[in-house]
Design a protein around this ligand. Structure first.
Ligand code: PLP
Length: 439
């Protein structure tokens, strides 16, 4: 019998030899072995267990290996593992119905994709064809995916080497802690960010702007929960100039913020919604676009020029039906809201009060960011070595964190229990203490 340590070593050796990794200098990848998981925990072959406060790439909203989702995939695999998108398939229809059940009434149809990037790709295409206009306005602090238009709509560094799509314009969104608008209150930040957006739309020529594409809560950029009124203000600007509002709920949707969609908390209804990740927790890759009745009607007699071999793949659809059914029956979204309100919110506020490295904590539900600073007065980010030390100290104590730039994102599955959430915060607290440089 092969022992676990040998399997872990084989996993690392094969990975280093043959797997080309995303967004990485290949010689500097340090892979972390995951062999199995259940709920909010993952483990390697040797049995080292970690509380998963990353939800992998913030997608396992229902936790690992939920039996109902695994069983739904197993049953579908026994019946029909693949089918062309042009066929009618009962599981696909049920998945579309299940997704729409949580959306506002104006949404009529779902276009299924393989993930989040191609969902945004298709939403942009629909907006352009619906309006007959070209430009897409999005935030600098955003991530929308790794395909042609989606990566250029992205605001962060990943756009820059990939800028081959045309018609993209970026604006700054609200981020009071590092305000671009010299704001000192959420109200000022909101008002000035809206003024900036409207001026950019006017200067670009409103008749050339097809879509405003925003993450409802920018996730990878730092869990930037928008101030009250921002998204409603964006909706007004979109309406004033006949622009389609696309909200990207790929990371924020399906329970992450403590509601089914993050926009449910922001008094706004978009025209198109993109989703992926939490819709079936990534058990089988899937994403999609929720299409309003009005935009869907544009393509009643006109061909929609887009499609994918695996649009509405039966295994992915079965996973959606299983995941959404379990989330409804088990109160998973309510759990995310309660854990955020009762444990993560107060616990992180306490951490911020005591830990000198913490500049700000922000978030809601099971969607939080802890921003680490070298100096609380200047808000200068900590050097990468300090972030690395925090991450290493978390791993050594059995916590798998999600680290981006100078931040630790606290993003456990929506099924995380209050005790697990408390344990994760204790580990993070100890890790911060250990990584704090001596004065
Ligand atoms: N949009 C947002 C907000 C995301 O966070 C991501 C992925 O992290 C994407 C789009 C892209 O999704 P995918 O990697 O499934 O293509």
């Amino acid at each position: 019998q092969v022992d676990g340590l040998t399997l872990d070593a084989e996993a690392v050796a094969l990975d280093r030899a043959h797997v080309f990794h995303s967004w990485s200098a290949q010689a500097h990848v340090a892979p972390f072995v995951v062999a199995g998981g259940a709920g909010s925990t993952v483990w390697d072959h040797a049995g080292h267990a970690y509380l998963d406060f990353s939800s992998q790439l913030v997608n396992t909203n229902i936790g690992h290996q939920h039996p109902r989702v695994v069983e739904a995939i197993r049953e579908q695999a026994a019946a029909l593992t693949t089918v062309a998108p042009a066929t009618a398939n009962l599981t696909r229809g049920r998945a579309a119905e299940a997704v729409l059940a949580h959306a506002p009434d104006r949404f009529a149809k779902v276009f299924f994709t393989n993930g989040g990037a191609d969902a945004n790709e298709n939403a942009i295409r629909m907006a352009r064809l619906h309006t007959g206009r070209d430009k897409v306005v999005s935030h600098y602090r955003s991530y929308h995916g790794n395909t042609g238009a989606a990566v250029v709509a992205t605001g962060d560094w990943r756009r820059v080497p990939n800028e081959y799509a045309r018609g993209h314009v970026h604006v700054f969104g609200p981020y009071l802690y590092r305000s671009e608008f010299w704001a000192t209150t959420p109200e000022q930040e909101c008002e000035r960010a809206l003024q900036h957006l409207e001026r950019v739309v006017q200067c670009e020529g409103p008749d050339s702007v097809a879509a405003i594409l925003l993450e409802t809560v920018p996730g990878t950029a730092g869990v930037l929960v928008p101030p009250a009124g921002y998204l409603a203000g964006v909706r007004e600007i979109a309406d004033r100039y006949g622009i389609v509002l696309v909200l990207d709920e790929v990371m924020a949707g399906f329970g992450r913020t403590g509601s089914w969609f993050a926009f449910d908390q922001h008094d706004v209804v978009p025209d198109l919604v993109t989703f992926a990740k939490g819709v079936n927790s990534g058990y089988v890759p899937a994403g999609g676009v929720l299409v309003s009745a009005e935009i869907a009607a544009t393509f009643d007699d006109r061909v929609y020029p887009g499609g994918l071999t695996y649009s509405g793949h039966p295994l992915a659809m079965a996973a959606i039906v299983g995941a959404l059914g379990a989330m409804e029956d088990e109160g998973v979204v309510e759990n995310a809201a309660a854990v955020g309100r009762d444990v993560l919110g107060p616990g992180l506020a306490d951490l911020a009060a005591r830990q000198p490295l913490v500049g700000e904590v922000r978030g809601c539900g099971v969607f939080w960011a802890v921003e680490l600073v070298a100096d609380r007065a200047t808000r200068a980010p900590v050097p990468a070595a300090v972030v690395g030390a925090v991450k290493a100290a978390c791993l050594a104590r059995g916590l798998l964190p999600f680290v981006v730039d100078n931040r630790v994102h606290v993003v456990p599955p929506c099924v995380v229990t209050p005790d697990e959430a408390r344990r994760g915060l204790e580990i993070l607290d100890d890790a911060l203490t250990e990584a704090t440089p001596a004065p």
